[in-house]
Design a protein. Structure first.
Length: 117
């Protein structure tokens, strides 16, 4: 038996606002989009997506810590872009012995960690 990761989904209430955050500000590459979901990271085998929360169970998952960490090459520049775009930083960009990290909130309140290593 073989098991592999297909996708991870973050639930949102507004796909247009999600596109502004994840594509325009964060710069994630789009793998595909429909009326319900935007998927990112084409060609990597597994995708991350943002999907409209249409059911009560999904709506209860909007606006939480996702547990997702994204590795960013130019983290200082990205954080400046996010600040300019009105993104809320739950934890500002800080340096530590193991690298730089920030935690941001998307426009629905979902938390994502950004690291440079």
């Amino acid at each position: 038996m073989s098991v592999s990761l297909k996708n991870i989904v973050i639930f949102v209430t507004d796909l247009a606002k999600a596109r502004t955050f994840y594509v325009d500000l964060l710069g994630l590459p789009v793998a595909g989009q429909s009326e319900m979901i935007i998927e990112f990271f084409p060609g990597t085998g597994a995708t991350m997506g943002v999907s409209l929360a249409l059911h009560d169970d999904a709506r209860s998952l909007v606006g939480r810590h996702t547990g997702i960490t994204l590795k960013v090459q130019k983290i200082v520049e990205l954080c400046e872009t996010l600040k300019t775009g009105g993104v809320t930083f739950v934890e500002p960009l800080e340096s530590s012995p193991w690298g730089k990290m920030a935690v941001v909130r998307d426009f629905d309140g979902n938390l994502l960690a950004l690291v440079d290593r």
